[in-house]
Write a protein that binds this ligand. Structure first.
Ligand code: ATP
Ligand code: MG
Length: 579
């Protein structure tokens, strides 16, 4: 492909609204353009990468026995009424009416439509299992569309749905998708971790998220430092703390009150008292489904709200209002403590609080704290010790006990065992071998294909631009012709282009009448894995310069033996991408 005849509108500056590197570079490299908030056009170069991602997904899905379909994007409201999600889904669902005043929405996901497709048509256990998928544009009216392709309103998703006769079958389908996802993200050349995710539901349902590791990731994940021997990893939301503590019974001096005027937060108190945050107890007061709940944590820890929600089985947990706090403590916000607390019949404490018997906490009096508080001596209410905090680096791995580390990730895929949630609501049943009617057991499996392109860049870039892994690069090689008017140079470039194509490599041939500096900058910006530079000076010295964009290493290959020398050098580039 000749650059001079191709449309690659590269830019020196990133748009002002671009916060993350993938957004900046995708726009600057002439791969995407914004139409309006969260909605992007794919330009020719960008589309080539998107197509590569789609093809890898398609290949592995097909290999796993899933079958491609294409469902409508416009979905009738009635179907969402039937599943109960018309009301539940909230504002992310873009709803509209047709000329007959009937309700419709743009598909944010396709459980309803896919289940509707099979109900009534799949009648016998003989027709199952089935796994159908599509690669299609989704629309979600996100509250905060941002980060370019990462959180768009319109985006490309691969979504697959499996249908099985029983739980065992559904678990098999799930395992086969999990394996396919491994192959997909490995084939894309990405560094990723599958992590256990919160499925929000109790029972036989479970889910994994596939996270591309990148410092800019929105999600915090905990992973075992013993990788790859131990592959345990989980969303921080979901990581259990396995350490158990014995109750510390070291005698504690008598509790005494301290004046702490206007010192409300742990940070203020730490500065005020000159002690560290781990000597404090943080008392958090909530209203959970309308009932007061008290939670104790060590001062330097963060509450894991999902653990709390599971523990007390509550749907709605809000911080108590200042009035409610006052009713429970008799004090202003900021001075709550376990001794003398009212309005609850027990206190939940993070189990780590057993490890010490001498704490600083709120006194339940405005502008006062207490020190030398012993939870076993000074607190009237019963205390239940449970796992309530977020995991931190150094906590033991629940699987092997080695220390955990915290990493950041971008969720590119999510697999979910649904069970019978949709098949029950929509009555998708079949007749088993005894002629008995049973409900189909489902799973669903998503990949954010457009987000993958952004995640790939978040993981692979430098100050000059993108470093595309070979598998997702829009072309394999950039051929930089320094003197397009020089017949010898141009002739050599034509020959190299033909040679690369013969090797099965796609070549972007920069034949523009531009200064070398402009061409080099553009080459680094769009970041094809290989750069081959041909110029008059080099040819005089008998050499052609090649550069591995990932490592930045430059080498020279003999101009007259380019064909024999190039393949081995190219292998070294591919090798440098092995993880
Ligand atoms: P998130 O927590 O990021 O909002 P989700 O849980 O809503 O994701 P799913 O419904 O599981 O996502 O969708 C499947 C995949 O689609 C996700 O793993 C993600 O890669 C992608 N995806 C979801 N929302 C967006 C979005 N707004 N823009 C781009 N990709 C998205
Ligand atoms: Mg979402």
């Amino acid at each position: 492909m000749r650059w001079s005849r191709y449309y690659i509108p590269t830019l020196k500056e990133a748009p002002a609204d671009a916060e993350v590197v993938s957004h900046k570079l995708l726009v600057r490299a002439g791969m995407i353009r914004k139409l309006t908030s969260g909605i992007y056009t794919w330009l020719p170069l960008g589309l080539r990468t998107l197509e590569k991602a789609k093809n890898i997904v398609r290949r592995e899905m097909n290999a796993a026995g899933a079958m491609e379909t294409l469902l409508p994007m416009v979905q009738p409201g009635e179907l969402w009424e039937e599943s109960g999600r018309w009301k539940k889904y909230g504002k992310e669902l873009l709803r509209f009416k047709d000329r007959h005043d009937r309700d419709y929405c743009l598909g944010p996901t396709h459980e309803e439509v896919m289940t509707d497709l099979l109900r009534g048509e799949v009648k016998s256990y003989r027709q199952l299992p089935l796994n159908l998928y599509q690669i299609q544009t989704k629309y979600r009216d996100e509250v905060r569309p941002r980060f370019g392709l990462m959180r768009g309103r319109e985006f490309l998703m691969k979504d697959a749905y499996s249908f099985d006769v029983d739980d065992e079958g559904a678990n098999k389908s799930y395992a086969s998708m999990k394996e396919a996802y491994h192959k997909i993200f490995s084939s894309m050349g990405l560094d990723f971790r599958p992590v256990e995710a919160d499925s929000g539901a109790i029972g036989g349902n479970f889910s994994h998220e596939f996270m591309v590791l990148a410092e800019t990731g929105e999600d915090a994940i905990t992973a075992c430092t013993n990788w790859p021997e131990c592959t345990w990893a989980a969303n921080v939301e979901r990581a259990p703390i396995k350490t158990e503590f014995e109750q510390d019974t070291t005698p504690c001096p008598a509790m005494e009150e301290l004046d702490t005027p206007s010192q409300h937060t742990i940070e203020e108190l730490v500065a005020f008292m000159g002690t560290s945050a781990d000597k404090f107890i943080k008392t958090l007061l909530f209203m959970a489904d309308g009932k007061p709940v008290a939670v104790l944590l060590r001062g330097d820890r963060e509450l894991n709200e999902i653990k709390l929600a599971h523990l007390i089985d509550a749907d709605d947990i809000q911080f108590a209002t200042p009035e409610q706090v006052e009713a429970m403590t008799g004090a202003a916000v900021g001075f709550a403590g376990p001794a003398g607390l009212k309005g609850v019949d027990k206190i939940y404490a993070d189990k780590e609080l057993k490890a010490c018997n001498d704490w600083i906490a709120g006194a339940n009096k405005t502008d006062k704290h207490v020190r030398h508080l012993s939870l076993i001596r000074d607190v009237e209410l019963p205390i239940e010790y449970v796992d309530l905090r977020n995991a931190v680096a150094g906590d033991p791995c629940p699987e092997c006990g080695k220390p955990l580390e915290i990493k950041r990730g971008i969720e590119v895929g999510h697999i979910f065992k649904l069970g019978t949630k949709y098949s029950e609501a929509l009555r998708a049943t079949f007749l088993d071998e005894n002629g008995k009617e049973r409900i189909i057991v489902m799973g669903c499996y998503g990949i954010g294909v457009s987000r993958v392109v952004a995640a790939c860049i978040e993981q692979n870039f430098d100050g000059d631009g993108i470093k595309f892994p070979p598998q997702l690069a829009p072309f394999d090689a950039q051929l930089v012709c320094l003197d397009p008017k020089d017949a010898e140079v141009a002739g050599k470039c034509d020959m190299i282009e033909a040679f690369l194509e013969g090797m099965g490599l796609e070549c972007l041939y920069d034949d523009r009448e531009e200064r070398p500096g402009v061409k080099f900058k553009d080459a680094d910006l769009i970041g094809l894995p290989v750069q081959i530079t041909v110029g008059g000076k080099g040819l005089k010295n008998g050499v052609i310069e090649v550069k591995n964009r990932r490592t930045g290493e430059k080498s020279t290959l003999p101009a007259d033996q380019f064909e024999t020398a190039f393949p081995a050098w190219y292998d070294s580039v591919l090798e440098s991408w092995k993880r």
